[in-house]
Design a protein around this ligand. Structure first.
Ligand code: PLP
Length: 283
């Protein structure tokens, strides 16, 4: 039967879901998105995702088509209709349908699409072994703080990583790591967590914000600054964060084994804390 998806106010079977070929999301990547994790049928860090959605829309002068209560209701209804216990809810808002033109249309109605994906998040084989990353030049545009659907370069980077025998890429710009293709990047040195500071150069990860908050509450030292590929290769530990992976240990960086090649204690502890706190605060 397939999933039930949400399209512009209606819950429909995925086979019947339609968006116009003139939709600016399709023609111009004129669209933003959010991905929210679901644990025990509940939404993780939901307020953070709503706030970032509002910010992304604002940066693109796009109207927010739905208020927070409606967005929560739609997420919940979709989780319920699909019987989703653990996985992801994807939300996309486009500027809407208009004849093709570079200038924004004045009167388009935003297109809103949501769908669910089943994914095992708490129990993850990869979290047990850790992942391998390689460095790739960061050739993305300059407003990575806006969560747009222009994801071709991250896709290309992910494919390059796979062709080089790794799981993912860490992107490098002007001699410093920015972030992963679809996650924020961290190293650990002498019990200090190092991750790039917020700017237009990276996406302001919702999982990043939560993980750093939980770490600070437990007196873990944190340095928010850019780090080099050499520092990364020489790190005691490394990990990534994203709604779709939570805290995921990294055990190899561009061919260099990190620590003893197994997930390190800081990453393992943060993963456990994140899971416990998320189960408590999910809505
Ligand atoms: N950085 C990039 C480029 C991403 O695409 C993502 C998630 O899609 C993240 C970081 C992590 O963000 P979040 O923790 O909000 O999922």
């Amino acid at each position: 039967m397939g999933r039930i998806v949400y399209v512009n106010g209606r819950y429909v079977p995925e086979s019947a879901a339609r968006v116009s070929v003139f939709d600016r999301g399709f023609l111009m990547s004129d669209a933003v998105y959010e991905v929210t994790a679901v644990l025990d049928g509940k939404l993780v860090d939901f307020d953070g995702h709503l706030e970032r959605l509002a910010r992304s829309l604002g940066e693109l002068d796009m109207e927010n088509p739905l208020d927070s209560a409606s967005l929560l209701e739609i997420h919940r209804e979709l989780v319920r209709l699909n019987g989703l216990d653990e996985g992801l809810v994807y939300l996309q808002v486009t500027r809407g349908v208009a004849d093709r033109d570079f200038a924004y249309p004045q009167d388009a109605t935003p297109t809103v699409v949501l769908f669910t994906q089943v994914k095992s998040l708490a129990e993850s084989e990869q979290a047990g072994t850790g992942i391998r990353v390689v460095f790739v030049d960061d050739l993305r545009w300059g407003r990575r703080d806006i969560k747009t659907v222009q994801l071709l370069y991250p896709s290309m980077s992910k494919m390059e990583a796979k062709s080089r025998g790794a799981d993912d890429a860490w992107l490098v710009q002007d001699g410093f790591v920015t972030e992963g293709t679809s996650n924020n990047a961290y190293i650990v040195k002498d019990d200090t967590i190092i991750t790039r500071e917020l700017s237009n150069d990276i996406l302001h990860g919702i999982t990043r914000a939560a993980v750093l908050r939980y770490a600070r509450e437990r007196q873990v030292r944190i340095e928010e600054r850019a780090f080099t590929p050499d520092e990364a290769r020489a790190a005691d530990e490394a990990f990534i964060t994203a709604a779709s992976t939570f805290v995921m240990p990294v055990v190899s960086i561009d061919g260099a084994t990190i620590g003893d090649g197994k997930p390190g204690p800081v990453a393992r502890r943060l993963r456990k804390i994140y899971l416990e706190e998320s189960r408590k605060s999910a809505v």
